[in-house]
Design a binder for this molecule. Structure first.
Ligand SMILES: NC(=O)c1ccc[n+]([C@@H]2O[C@H](COP(=O)([O-])OP(=O)(O)OC[C@H]3O[C@@H](n4cnc5c(N)ncnc54)[C@H](OP(=O)(O)O)[C@@H]3O)[C@@H](O)[C@H]2O)c1
Length: 309
């Protein structure tokens, strides 16, 4: 099969698509023929070496956590998933960006008919992270919470899930995305100077929580606005979390990932949640796809279209 590999840390030019042996599913595993694989910024950090203390690469290293596709084979002991099923999955194996991927069966859930392949194939990491953030901050009706990076892959879902709690949601993003954020029921706010004053102007009675997907000082800003420590979650500013004691709950803290993914997939299939796809590339254009992702702007997710359903 063809799969993304890199053999040294570096820029997007180290990414290659090469022929490798097609894997076989072991005990409790499922082999999926990948239709769409998602991209996440953390993968760029692993590839560049910026995250090598926390997440070292093992060369030749693969890439990708999110995928949707069709079950090609199941290993011994797998029940509830059958050959030919349309599924989505989230893998810890850095192997989603390939024509076939082996994933533990407990990370594979059915793809509802109404859910598009691109949204399904980019749901895993961002979806679980958004769920973790809501669980950490626990917004409720009558409260006001702020979502930073509200247009990003995580931020779009975190914003909509926060709106669904009944809370007022201030969603920080560039003006180009304000119309969509308003449609989702949030109060959009442009980023720039004097963010504290801008937030207070929208929330004169105070801010109860912050879901920080952007970093760059938003944790300190929230504390400065009087948001309690236990109502702030950052998925990127680990230095601030360590220093101040706010939460740093992300995808890994979701207790029942398959149940959470099933619920999100259902909401996306019925249109109760939406996830825009900001870029689609063929597998061979993986380097170009990460170049766009690494600009860190735009609404929603990036995907690689690997094969036909
Ligand atoms: N801990 C975990 O479990 C976990 C899981 C997933 C992701 N993450 C991390 O969380 C972060 C977000 O991930 P993602 O997938 O949502 O990223 P993404 O899709 O690349 O999001 C980028 C977003 O950032 C926004 N942005 C750029 N400059 C901004 C600014 N100055 N203020 C506010 N927003 C700004 C952009 O909005 P505009 O287009 O409006 O500029 C864009 O929509 C990444 O750093 C990622 O590594 C952590």
């Amino acid at each position: 099969m063809r799969a993304v590999r890199f053999t040294e840390y570096g820029g997007t030019d180290v990414l290659q698509v090469v022929e490798v042996e097609t894997p076989s599913p072991g005990e409790g595993e499922v082999l999926v023929r990948v239709v769409v694989a998602g991209l996440n910024p953390g993968e760029a950090g692993i590839r560049s070496g910026a995250m090598q203390q926390m997440f070292p690469a093992v060369f030749p290293e693969g890439e990708g956590s999110d995928l949707a596709g069709v079950v090609e084979a199941v290993g011994p002991g797998v029940t509830g998933v059958a050959v030919g099923d349309a599924v989505l999955a989230v893998s810890d194996g850095r192997n989603a960006q390939a024509e076939f991927a082996v994933v533990p069966a407990d990370r594979v859930v059915p793809k509802p008919d109404g859910l598009g392949w691109a949204v399904a194939g980019s749901l895993g990491v961002a979806g679980l992270t958004a769920v973790a953030m809501i669980a950490a901050v626990k917004p409720v009706a009558g409260e006001t919470v702020v979502v930073t990076g509200a247009a990003g892959g995580v931020g779009t879902l975190a914003t909509q899930l926060a709106v669904r709690t009944g809370a007022t949601v201030i969603a920080i993003a560039s003006a180009a995305h304000h119309e969509q954020l308003r449609v989702w029921g949030a109060l959009p706010l442009a980023y720039g100077d004097d963010m504290a004053d801008s937030i207070v102007a929208l929330a004169p009675d105070g801010v109860d929580g912050m879901l920080d997907t952007y970093g760059h000082g938003y944790v300190d800003l929230a504390l400065g606005l009087g948001v309690p420590k236990d109502r702030i979650d950052t998925i990127i500013d680990f230095e601030a979390a360590e220093r101040t004691g706010v939460a740093a709950d992300g995808q890994a803290t979701v207790e029942h990932p398959a149940a959470a993914l099933t619920e999100l997939a259902g909401l996306l299939a019925t249109g109760d949640l939406e996830q825009p796809i900001k870029g689609r590339f063929p597998l061979d254009a993986v380097a170009e796809a990460y170049q766009q992702l690494e600009q860190r702007h735009g609404l929603g997710k990036m995907v690689l279209e690997v094969s036909q359903p």
